[in-house]
Design a protein around this ligand. Sequence first.
Ligand code: CTP
Length: 391
Amino acid sequence: MKHVVMGVTGSIAAYKACDIVSGLRKKGVDVHVILTKAGAEIITPLALETMSSNPVITDMFNRENPWEVEHISLAKLADLFLIAPATANFMGKMASGIADDMLTTTVMATKAPVLIAPAMNSNMYLNPVVQANMDALKKRGCEFIDPAVGHLACGDEGVGKLADVQDIIDAVLNRLNVRRDMEGMKVLVTAGPTREAIDPVRYITNHSSGKMGYAIAEAAAERGAEVTLISGPVSLKTPEGVKRIDIVSSGELCDTVVEQFEHCDALIMAAAPADFTPVTTASEKIKKQGTGMTLELTSTRDILKTVAPNKGSRKVMGFAAETQNLQQNALKKLSSKNLDFIAANDVTAEGAGFGVDTNIITLYGADGSEEHSGKLSKRDAADWLLDRLMK
Ligand code: CTP
């Protein structure tokens, strides 16, 4: 999820800040508002708090979280800093290095790109000192969303009207590189291991951490898809906006995928279901007898082979975690499981194994394509895979 810190200053256009916050939230962006004292004369913190679902910061010396240096933590959190509306006074302070309130200190401490949408009377806007301050800020890397020409609050006609709310939202989304190419799509993702019970205290499982599947679910939701995540037992947080269904065994995973597959446009099978399960599960804890025990296992259903033959126009992507003959094994699974893509990785390679935060993928397509991702964070690997699924 992308984080925007938004400064709202004391221009009359501050009343439009709620619409900007709401528009960004609808696109899955997390917004934290810093409201100046003058801004708070025009719009209330409560309105902005309700729209952003985050506390609005107005006070430099808030004692609620005294251990946290708030302007620094917000400055670090920001993927992008937006000032909308920005007054002549704010830009003057920023250009001169004055940091005397929460907004000016936080913007000074951030390394994130800064986008500024000025709004003021046209004579003020055209005043050489304001223009010089804006030039100075541009030279230091700030970007501007220019004000529009129109009827101003003071009754004048001219330049100075806050840019169109939608243009500001689009500028932020563009700068954040937020893609919404999966809007309207229903995506089913599976993640994590399964557990096959031997008795009430023991089970068979594998090393899957679920991280890759969770990263895919998060990325697809951010790109606008309606995501259902069927998850084995893992200790990961459900990504925002994702519907999660928990399962335990490979059989349960199979039943749930069959049920959910009906309603999806794409299935991404990142889970590592157990291939074998005990023939019987003892109802009581098995006691030690002699020097060992024999466990009889039976094969579980192959989930992809169960659903993919009837996929129709649905896109299906499988995974192949291999320790040897990567290409040969992956291509065999691609065709035998009737997949559109198989994402293969060598789990013995450094940066591609279980539980790590990176992955190195070779993606084979049913059309004969082969692409290499290089070493990516699992989150970037998720977008890399979705880019190809969406092609
Ligand atoms: N898979 C599945 N049903 C299973 C086992 C695996 O649908 N019972 C899926 C996995 O989610 C993955 C793909 O099939 O997307 C390949 O899984 P993998 O474990 O690599 O292959 P297997 O088919 O189990 O073959 P093998 O264990 O022989 O490598």
